[in-house]
Design a protein around this ligand. Structure first.
Ligand code: ADP
Length: 622
């Protein structure tokens, strides 16, 4: 087949333009990215060889060779990994918008150096070679196949693909350096970079300059199998970058060897920044499973619970059979056991961090709290431990509070733990439901993660204290906390008799639209609010389920009115005096609609609302 010319996918072309014109100072990362790809390719071939040993042929030892040709001004990397066939070369290196590439483009800040920092994080590694190359040739032969292909490009919009010669499996990349990029021909420079980025991987990397002898450039032993005392922070960080395709520093690393009935080594990292695909179900580069230093998969379902999916790193088992299929992994009791042991360990490390370094823990919580909270309803066995790790914003101030702190500072007469859920912090802060709690100094937890509604429907108490929604039921605040301030006390409520008349009138007017109408001490500034009856579903959960078409019907709410509010007092007096029935009916409907608006609910009949509002406004203006 003759040479064929193809165009890069639009996103890729954009990214390449950034690379080609890069003024980024840290260009050496291109080598890290290429070695990382070679290492992944060797891992894949090693795994495939477990079931198809013939693919190894007479070349069973995995290696990367780096060769410098000073006369031709080329730097070449060659691996004997899995290789790519024609489709692989076209798709992986040019026409498929990898999720990483699109996410990278979306996250670009416009600041070239900041954007370059993100390269590794978004897995757009290969293209970084165009920072230093004006032409790149990739020759590859897929393991088990007879034909080889060469991909060539100058990184400017197009690439060519043609049939090629290659005797064995694997990939060779020849990099033609740009005019002012001679530093990549220097032996000492290359050795330093290889060591820095690749000492931790088990793959030998060999370096040769011109016709000189080839010598090892890295230590080539798996970092996790070495004793902790021999590993520097920099080495941990480099390995985290490699294994997690990340650019940030690890926030926490957890490295231990479990011995006993089940033996395995874990080297896990909690990132400092949330990975961009934290909520993407097709997420890659999570925790990799190895068996006795052989890479098995990075999709070992069941190895890490999904609520710890922010973890990166490696679990290396001594007990699993090497030839275990990915399907068999799913039902393996050993995987289940490691899952439990790893989970226990991670939660206990988090708990130590929470205790010793609460401020750093608060940062972790901001990034991953909403993920960890999924464990509250997914993992019953760990509920108690997770409840100790959960942090909340509350009415008490800006700093995060644990349930333990909350209980320790509960006010006199308070039995329950109060919370309110809502779509965002601002709506929560302004919620009328909190007025009475605030006035009495009763702390309320402010929950604005969608996941909160789910765990709250599975957990009802903490250490004997009910978790109670501040928007629900007949919360009696009168014997809790300090008395509201004197100013507030001076405000006379509407007279009991008049209030009863108003309540009867509003009930009659609103009919089936409300479950009940009653007075409340929940409010201080607002006139009305809606609450769910004690046994009914929380209002926000109901709204969410309806938004996802999981619920068709509406629950009917209780309308609570504030007897100290001028509007209620005036309406009570008017109702008692026998004021105009139409006016009072309009006001009753408006009270209900107002309560719905504050609650963030859609009005069932906006036209009627607007008509009534206009009538009332016309009277006020007249
Ligand atoms: P990433 O490594 O994050 O997937 P890259 O752009 O570096 O992104 O590589 C794209 C893809 O090209 C890889 O996922 C892999 O499938 C393929 N690839 C790159 N280098 C090699 C190699 N040396 N051997 C085999 N496949 C490779």
């Amino acid at each position: 087949m003759s040479e064929e010319t193809l165009s890069f996918q639009t996103e890729v072309a954009k990214l390449l333009r950034l690379m080609v014109n890069s003024v980024y100072s840290d260009k050496e990362i291109f080598l890290r990215e290429l070695i990382s790809n070679a290492s992944d390719a060797c891992d894949k071939a090693r795994y495939l060889a477990l079931t198809e040993p013939e693919i190894l042929g007479d070349d069973p030892d995995f290696k990367v060779h780096i060769h410098v040709d000073k006369t031709a001004r080329t730097l070449s990397l060659s691996d004997n990994g899995i290789g790519m066939d024609r489709d692989g070369l076209i798709g992986d290196l040019g026409t498929i918008a990898r999720s990483g590439t699109s996410a990278f483009m979306e996250n670009m800040s416009g600041d070239a150096s900041e954007d370059m920092q993100m390269i590794g994080k978004f897995g757009v590694g290969f293209y970084s070679v165009f920072m230093i190359a004006d032409k790149v040739e990739v020759t590859s032969r897929r393991a088990g196949e007879d034909s080889a292909w060469v991909w060539t490009s100058d990184g400017l919009g197009e690439f060519t693909i043609a049939e090629a010669e290659r005797t064995d499996r694997g990939t060779s990349i020849v990099i033609h350096l740009k005019a002012d990029e001679d530093e990549w021909l220097e032996e000492s420079r290359l050795r330093t970079i290889v060591k820095k980025y690749s000492d931790h991987i088990a793959l030998p990397i060999m370096l040769a300059i011109d016709d000189g002898e080839e010598t090892a450039a890295n230590e080539a032993s798996a970092i996790w199998s070495r004793p902790k005392s021999e590993i520097t922070d920099e080495q941990y960080t480099e390995f985290y970058h490699h294994v997690g395709h990340a650019m940030d520093d690890p926030w926490l690393n957890i490295h231990y060897k479990a011995e006993g009935k089940i033996e395995y080594t874990s080297l896990l990292f909690v990132p400092t920044r949330p990975p961009f695909d934290l909520f993407d179900p097709a997420r890659r580069h999570a925790v990799k499973l190895y068996v006795r230093r052989v890479f098995i998969t990075d999709e070992a379902e069941g190895l890490i619970p999904s609520y710890l999916r922010f973890l990166r790193g490696v679990v290396d088992s001594e007990d699993l059979p090497l030839n275990i299929s990915r399907e068999m992994l799913q039902n393996s009791p050993l995987i289940k056991h490691m899952n439990q042991a790893v989970t226990r360990r991670v939660l206990s490390e988090l708990s130590k961090k929470a205790e010793k370094e609460p401020e750093e823990y608060a940062e972790f919580w901001k990034n991953f709290g909403s993920v960890l909270k999924e464990g509250l309803y997914e993992d019953h066995d760990r509920q108690a431990e997770l409840l100790e790790l959960v942090r909340f914003r509350s009415t008490a101030g800006e700093s995060l509070v644990s349930l333990k702190d909350y209980v320790a500072r509960m006010t006199e007469g308070q039995e329950a733990i109060y919370y309110i859920t809502g779509d965002d912090q601002q709506t929560l802060d302004n919620s009328p439901h909190l007025e009475g709690f605030r006035a009495r100094g009763v702390e309320v937890l402010l929950l604005s993660d969608p996941v909160d509604d789910f765990w709250l429907s599975a957990i009802f108490e903490y250490e004997g204290h009910d978790l109670t929604s501040a928007t629900r039921g007949s919360t009696d605040l009168s014997n809790m906390g300090e008395e509201p301030s004197k100013d507030d006390d001076k405000v006379e409520p509407a007279k009991d008799g008049e209030l009863a008349t108003l309540i009867a009138l509003v009930k009659q007017t609103l009919g089936e639209a409300v479950k009940d109408v009653r007075t409340t001490d929940r409010l201080t500034d607002s006139a009305v609010c809606l609450v769910a009856d004690d046994g009914d579903m929380d209002m926000r959960l109901e709204r969410m389920l309806k938004a996802h078409n999981q619920l068709k019907t509406d629950s009917v709410r209780i309308l609570e009115i504030n007897p100290k509010h001028d509007l209620i007092k005036n309406m009570s007096a008017a109702a008692t005096k026998g004021g105009a029935a139409d006016d009072l009916a309009d006001l009753a409907f408006l009270l209900l609609d107002q309560a719905r608006i504050i609650e963030g609910e859609a009005l069932p009949d906006p036209a009627a609302f607007s008509r009534r509002m206009a009538t009332v406004m016309a009277k006020a203006a007249g």
